[in-house]
Design a protein around this ligand. Structure first.
Ligand SMILES: [Fe+2]
Length: 137
């Protein structure tokens, strides 16, 4: 078990919280597939799903930020783009060298920590802002 959700990660906006939980699940599946030495096809499947889900989630979050004129939307966008490019880089490494415990640990240190920090800091601020203006859809 690489990632455990706990309620301190909730930002108070149900739709976003549920998507964050799903992201945790996707990352867990990816890391477990690598660690269990699953076939390349199976790992790629988990990567494809994670990449698609990340794009969907960031787009939705950014759409809400645009709609509500959220003051920190530029910083959010930059961080989201960084995460997407890190994810692409991990795919490249996997496609070149295959899976390994080291790769799983690097993903954990990089993507998992990024996600936790991003949620605990920037997304919490977004949640507070959305609650303050009465947005919860
Ligand atoms: Fe975000």
């Amino acid at each position: 078990m690489y990632l455990t959700w706990n309620c301190s990660l909730n930002i108070g906006i149900d739709r976003i919280d549920n998507q964050h939980k799903e992201l945790f699940d996707c990352l867990e599946k990816l890391l477990t597939a690598i660690e269990d030495g699953k076939s390349n096809d199976e790992v790629i499947k988990t990567l494809d799903f994670l990449e698609e889900y990340v794009i969907k989630h960031f787009n939705e979050e950014e759409e809400i930020q645009n709609k509500t004129n959220y003051p920190l939307m530029d910083i959010q966008h930059i961080q989201h783009e960084d995460f997407k490019s890190d994810l692409k880089e991990f795919r490249r490494v996997f496609e070149t060298h295959g899976g390994s415990t080291v790769l799983a640990l690097n993903i954990q240190e990089s993507l998992v920590n990024w996600l936790k920090n991003h949620i605990m800091n920037l997304d919490k601020d977004l949640g507070d802002f959305l609650i303050e203006i009465g947005y919860n859809k």
